[in-house]
Every structure is written in C-alpha cells, then in structure tokens.
Design a protein around this ligand. Structure first.
Ligand code: GLV
Ligand code: MG
Length: 300
C-alpha cells in the first residue's frame, strides 16, 4: 500500500507551486488538471504536468495526476498526453466525479492500451466519489477494476450535488445541531473501499488558515479508519501526517500487544490472556496489527 496520509493538491497551471511541492513532506502529490485549472489554461497545464513529472524530483512520494471528468471534452487527451509523456513517472491517474463503474472501466481500458503501446509499467486508479449517484453506486465502482487503489471523498462537489445548505466545506452545515452530517457518507465510502481492499481518502478542507479546524475534521475521518486526507497548503501537510499516524503511545501499546500475544499463544499455548488490566485475544491482535502497521509506515 502506498502512503497517502497527506495528499497535496497542486494546480497543474502553477509551475511555482509544482516546484514547491517537491520539497514538502506530503505522502502523495497530485498534479491537478481539473477544477483548480481554468478552462483556458487546461492545455498548457497538461504540458506543465508532463514536464514536471519528467524533470522534477518526486522521490519518496506517491505521484498522481487528476484528469478532467468524463462529461468534459478534455479527459481522453489528458490521459493520453500525460501517460504517453510521462507514464513511467506516474503511480496513479485520479478520475473525478465517478458516477458508475463504467467510468472506471473506461479509464482502465485506455490505460491498458497506452501501456501496451509504449511498454509502460502498470498505472493505478484513484476514483473520486463526489455526487449522490457516485455514492449510490460506490460498491460497483470500488469493484470495477483491479487498478483501483483508493476511493476519494470529494466533499465540495458532493455537498453541491446533494443540495446541502452550507458554503463551508467539511464543517457541519448550519442548523444541523448535534451529530455529524458526514458520518453516513464517510462510512459508506470506507465500507466499499475496505470490502475491495482499497484505501479511503478524505477530501479537502478549504479554510487553509484554520489548521485547528483541519485537524478536527481530519481527526473525524482518521478515527473511522480513513488512510489520509487532501491537503491544500504546506501548513496542512504536517497536520495531516500527524493526524493519520497513531500516537507514539498507541503505537507502543500495539507493539506490546503483538509481542505479548505472540508469547502467550506460542510458548504458553493460550488464546485469551490478560495484559495488565486488559483481556486480549486473536481479534485484539488484528486491531493491534492495524495500529502497528500505520505506526511502522510513519516511522515511529
Ligand atoms: C474535491 O474534488 C471536492 O469536490 O471536494
Ligand atoms: Mg471535486
């Protein structure tokens, strides 16, 4: 699994941001050809993105390009130009506004053809779920291609799609009262992802000066089990990496459970044992494995 705690959005039309992104500690960088690029700048952005993939130093990062959605005139040319131009530097193509499985199948087929024609390594797919239709079809979307690596929630488009009465992306809509208006959506995406062995990524938090707000909203998704979240600004990168990693204390505890459980089951041949005040068994081991894996990946 590739690291995706912080997924940095970088407009393909902004060479200065593309340059800067290379020096940031984001796990993933995605160069955007979609909504952060004005229609008049789409073609130049494609050229920038290919040049940046070829000439940039992206060592250690998951590298993705977001193409335009399938209702536009740009998508096929985005994929062909980027993959022919720099497919050997690319981990995944991100497809926005995926509404049903056929969208993913379309991209899979096109990638297969380009890879064959140019002898390229296999490229993965990230699918954005950002409409009511996409969410209703999320199970079929998640199973549509074995190139899929992750489902990505797109809160801004999603909120518009369902008619949510708010202008602040990721915050609770005014008047909702107690509870979390996003819980069902996030859980739905997470279930479809996990049922198909995919990662699940939360989308952007647009109040980029409010890092505490980012942490709070990211913390919700992290608590459910999401693997990471988009970041739009350097100030969000570090917060994202932290929120989606376990605390040192939890990591140490997870390693202790694994060690103790291994000892008791192999040396003492017991399945359920006490570790301090806590009873642990095989299911505890699985939970500890999740936290330990996240901690090891984070270098704890
Ligand atoms: C991201 O693409 C969003 O719509 O939130
Ligand atoms: Mg969107």
């Amino acid at each position: 699994m590739r690291a995706r705690r912080s997924c940095l959005a970088v407009p393909g039309s902004n060479p200065r941001f593309i340059e800067k992104a290379q020096g940031l500690a984001a796990d993933e960088v995605f160069l955007d050809l979609e909504d952060s690029v004005a229609p008049a700048a789409k073609e130049k952005a494609r050229e920038n993105v290919v040049a940046a993939l070829r000439d940039g130093d992206w060592t250690g990062k998951t590298i993705v390009v977001r193409v335009n959605d399938l209702t536009t005139q740009w998508t096929y040319r985005d994929v062909i130009d980027v993959v022919e131009g720099a497919g050997d530097r690319l981990d995944c193509v991100m497809l926005p506004k995926v509404e049903d499985a056929s969208h993913v199948v379309w991209l899979d087929t096109l990638l297969t053809q380009i890879e064959k024609a140019h002898g390229l390594p296999r490229i993965g797919i990230e699918a954005q779920i950002e409409s009511a239709r996409g969410l209703v079809n999320v199970d079929a979307i998640a199973a549509a291609s074995d190139r899929l690596e992750t489902l990505v929630f797109g809160p801004a488009d999603f909120m518009a799609s369902i008619g949510m009465k708010t202008l602040v992306v990721g915050e609770q809509p005014p008047g909702y009262g107690e509870g979390d208006a996003y819980h069902y959506i996030l859980m739905r995406i997470l279930m479809a992802a996990r049922a198909n062995d995919l990662q699940a990524i939360d989308g952007p938090y647009l109040q980029i000066k409010d890092v505490d707000g980012f942490r709070r909203v990211a913390g919700r998704a992290a608590a459910l089990g999401f693997d990471g979240k988009w970041v739009l600004h350097p100030s969000q990168v570090e917060a994202g990496n932290e929120v989606f990693s376990p605390s040192q204390e939890d990591y140490d505890h997870a390693e202790l459970i694994l060690e103790a459980y291994d000892y008791y089951t192999t040396v003492e041949r017991r399945g359920a044992v006490m570790l301090g005040d806590e009873m642990i068994d095989e299911a505890s081991r699985k939970m500890a494995l999740v936290v330990a894996a996240k901690g090891r990946a984070a270098g704890l």
